[in-house]
Design a protein. Structure first.
Length: 269
């Protein structure tokens, strides 16, 4: 993968297709290639140029150290937009990736033509804060959960009841999770676990003037739809869609529906 250096931090990225540019940002601990199976082919097939990147600390990007902030990740994304994409583009983010986009819209709005925010929120709640703290404590403990138990827990947290009720689908996901476990112990992964929304940002997001589309997943336990609706309501002119039968990994669970939403909002439906 090609890379750029940003103040001593290597950022890896990939480019596919041609046409108007779209940069996709993944969630905590996920590599840019998580978009490659579904969203990248849909975008490039519609005549768009898709960029993905490994956020600092994951994959081939890093290093990342304790104290990593969303501002650091915003600065990384700005560098990729300016130096790799070469100018303003559409941004798509899910979970932590959406948080990066939200904050970038406040500090460098001229770099974003349109923005899609998936599985996100404008303010924390006790459950989101407790889950984040629990993830950090687990990472710091040095404990490695048995792979099968970790796979089941991950499935219950991130997938919809419809997926879990399908024996074939659920087994496929469990196999994937067991053989591709989450990393909570490496320095980069641990640093990303500290990047989260800790304050109510609704007043700040009221200043956003970029066209924004918010997508929530109906069965998302980590970023529930009511938080997505709040986020859309906080951003002037933002539109909102809720996708059924999808959990926090909705862009992978319901890719056809998500891709259709992306293309519609980006004017390629």
């Amino acid at each position: 993968m090609p890379t750029i250096d940003v103040s001593g931090v290597k950022l890896s990225y990939e480019e596919s297709g041609s046409g108007d540019p779209v940069l996709l940002l993944a969630g905590t601990g996920a590599r840019g290639r998580s978009w490659a199976l579904h969203q990248v082919p849909a975008l490039t097939g519609a005549g768009l140029r898709a960029y993905t990147m490994d956020n600092r600390g994951i994959g081939e990007s890093g290093p990342a150290h304790p104290g990593l902030t969303v501002a650091d990740l915003v600065a990384d994304t700005v560098a990729v937009v300016e130096r790799v994409v070469g100018g303003p583009c559409a941004l798509v983010g899910t979970s932590m990736g959406a948080l990066i986009v939200q904050e970038l819209l406040l500090v460098r709005p001229h770099l974003v033509t349109r923005a899609v925010l998936m599985a996100s929120r404008a303010r924390p709640d006790p459950v989101s804060l407790a889950l984040a703290e629990g993830d950090r404590e687990l990472g710091d403990s040095g404990i490695t959960l048995p792979p099968r138990y970790a796979a089941v827990t991950r499935a219950l947290q991130n997938l919809s009841p419809a997926t879990l009720a399908d024996p074939g689908l659920s087994q496929d996901w469990l196999d994937l999770f067991e053989f591709s476990p989450e990393d909570r112990t490496s320095p980069g992964a641990r640093a990303q676990l500290g990047v989260l929304l800790t304050t109510d940002r609704r007043a700040a997001y009221a200043k956003v003037r970029t066209p924004v589309h918010v997508i929530s997943f109906a069965d998302d336990l980590i970023a529930p739809p009511e938080r997505g609706r709040e986020l859309a309501a906080a951003i002037p002119g933002a539109t909102y869609t809720e996708i059924p039968d999808a959990g926090h990994y909705g862009y992978l669970e319901q890719p056809d529906v998500v891709d259709a939403e992306l293309l519609r909002f980006l004017g390629r439906a």
